[in-house]
Design a binder for this molecule. Structure first.
Ligand code: MG
Length: 383
């Protein structure tokens, strides 16, 4: 991106806080473009295609995976960034990396790994995303990880417990964890990725939920944020009421909902930026959250989240799968801790066995985890 197009409060690669290991600039790409390219070429990125978002990978070919989710977050993020004069390349890099630390089997895997690791430092997927880009990728002769810029790493570490923040701060004083200790915001680009993440999953979980048959259009009519756009779509296109056009009605409703949320973020953030008038990216970090929904849109989004939680994420069929997935992760953890030699050499020989096991399991795709589980326990799931 041309620096002239960037707003003064955007992150400018020319003023990056840099990489942990100094490198020469690339001849044709900015540092944030280079970060994005490193992420796209990483092993962890390719694994996202076989990792669960909500529905397990084997349940159907059309459901979102972590990869398609990350692409949707990047798309939404970039289009909002462009409207606000923020750095699209940085937004894209953060969006594509934000879920790299997710375990197989979605939140079920992560919760179980966190329980297993309770006495050994715990497991947080955001922190794991940072571990992937800082340590676990092995691609360069001179350093571990991808050696990304501060700004991309800052965005990747979306949440972090105070205890873990203190640990990172000790290793990297004034680095990516400092903001959790002094309670400031990350860059506007990082704030934007958080919102784009929520906009993306609320919309695609409706789509996947209806596709799976676990939730219905009739149920969704009780959710105001959805219903107002469904009514609007039907008023403009009465033919969408025909049963054979139900999918088009669903898509048109979701499309309107997405667009309105995007426009709302752009308008609200513009107002916030005008009011606070940060003169550079660092001032924006100190100003409190600026990339935001309006109070009205925020209030509308809550019942939708609650609906998805109770009707989809806690649906008996999803819960049954979750239970199996938790057993798989728990069994794998136990098996590798008892016999680290069952892991590849570079994990088996690490000094901290528990962290090595957590890193190894977290890196697995759903189907690799299932295969390993069958190999180690003789039990086959999914059948
Ligand atoms: Mg996400």
């Amino acid at each position: 991106m041309n620096a002239a197009e960037l707003a003064p409060y955007a992150c400018d690669p020319a003023h990056s806080r840099g990489r942990r290991f100094a490198e020469l600039a690339a001849p044709t790409r900015s540092d944030f473009q280079r970060d994005r390219d490193r992420i796209v070429h990483s092993t962890a990125f390719r694994r996202l295609v076989y990792k669960t978002q909500v529905f397990l990978n084997h349940e159907g070919d059309l459901f979102r995976t972590r990869l398609t989710h990350s692409l949707e977050v990047a798309q939404l993020g970039r289009s909002i960034a462009r409207a606000l004069g923020l750095n699209e390349d940085l937004v894209e890099a953060i969006a594509l990396a934000h879920d790299l630390g997710h375990t197989p089997f979605g939140h079920a895997g992560q919760d179980t790994l966190n329980e297993c690791m309770a006495q050994h430092g715990g497991f947080e997927h955001n922190l794991q995303s940072l571990r992937v880009v800082d340590h676990l990728e092995e691609r360069y002769p001179a350093f571990d990880g991808l050696n990304l810029t501060f700004e991309t790493r800052e965005g990747v570490l979306k949440h972090c417990s105070l205890k873990n923040a203190e640990g990172i701060e000790a290793q990297e004083p004034g680095g990516v964890a400092r903001r959790f200790l002094n309670r400031t915001q990350p860059s506007l680009e990082a704030q934007l990725c958080n919102l784009a993440d929520a906009i993306a999953y609320n919309a695609h979980d409706i789509d996947d939920g209806v596709r799976s048959g676990l939730i219905t259009m009739a149920q969704l009519q009780s959710v105001e944020l959805f219903e107002r756009y469904r009514v609007q779509a039907l008023a403009e296109h009465p033919d969408l009421a025909q049963p054979q056009r139900a999918r088009r009605l669903l898509y048109e409703t979701i499309r309107r909902m997405l667009s309105e949320q995007v426009y709302d973020v752009i308008a609200t953030t513009r107002e916030n930026l005008q009011r606070e008038a940060p003169i550079n990216a660092d001032e924006a970090r100190l100003a409190g959250p600026l990339v935001a929904f309006s109070a009205e849109m925020k209030a509308f989004a809550i019942p939708l989240k609650q609906f998805l939680f109770s009707q989809l994420y806690r649906h008996p069929q999803v819960m049954e799968t979750t239970g199996h997935a938790q057993n798989v992760v728990f069994d794998l953890y136990k098996a590798y801790v008892q016999a680290p030699g069952e892991m590849p050499q570079d994990y088996a020989h690490r000094a901290d066995t528990h962290r090595a096991v957590a890193d190894y399991i977290a890196g697995m795709t759903d189907r690799f985890a299932s295969r390993e589980h069958e190999r180690l326990t003789g039990r086959k799931w999914p059948a």
